[in-house]
Ligand binder design. Structure first.
Ligand code: DQA
Length: 148
């Protein structure tokens, strides 16, 4: 099975960005952990980051027929982007929403996710471990899909 990890704006700054909130692991560290867990579970992974909403929309559109599951940390676009929401709904590839921080315990504007209604579930609040848990959730979601 193939999993597409997409990371939104400012996640390229992990490691130096608000370490009190997001920790000190870099996105490259997180990718390494994801690849290790994926290897154990015999899943293939593509791992991308963009600061541009349109690029993320393009990658979601291209995922159809190429990836079994999308794992999306849309970062700030989680709370603002109807375009990402519509892309997920249009493409129909099962998508898991993830966050490093527990968005529900933070500022009120982070409590609302525009993408949550079109995602199969959300993982938030476990720091870099949210990504590793998302590999496991992807394998589960893919198995469930096959069972019909
Ligand atoms: C985030 C949470 C978002 O609210 C924020 O805008 C981010 C990161 C997280 O992973 O905790 O950039 O998605």
């Amino acid at each position: 099975m193939k999993i597409l990890f997409l990371n939104g704006p400012n996640l390229n700054l992990l490691g130096q960005r608000e370490p009190g909130v997001y920790g000190t692991a870099t996105l490259a560290d997180i990718e390494k952990n994801v690849r290790e867990r994926a290897r154990e579970l015999k899943a293939e992974v593509a791992f991308r980051q963009s600061n541009l909403e349109g690029e993320l929309v393009g990658w979601i559109q291209e995922a159809k027929g190429k990836f079994d599951v999308i794992v999306l940390n849309a970062a700030a676009y989680t709370h603002t982007s109807i375009a990402l929401r519509d892309a997920i709904a249009a493409v129909g590839v099962p998508t898991i929403e993830i966050h490093l921080s527990n968005v529900h315990a933070r500022e009120e504007f982070r409590h609302k996710s525009l993408i949550a209604p079109v995602c199969c579930g959300q993982i938030a609040g476990f720091g870099p471990k949210s990504y590793v848990l998302a590999v496991e959730a992807s394998v589960y979601v893919n198995g469930r899909k096959k069972q019909g």
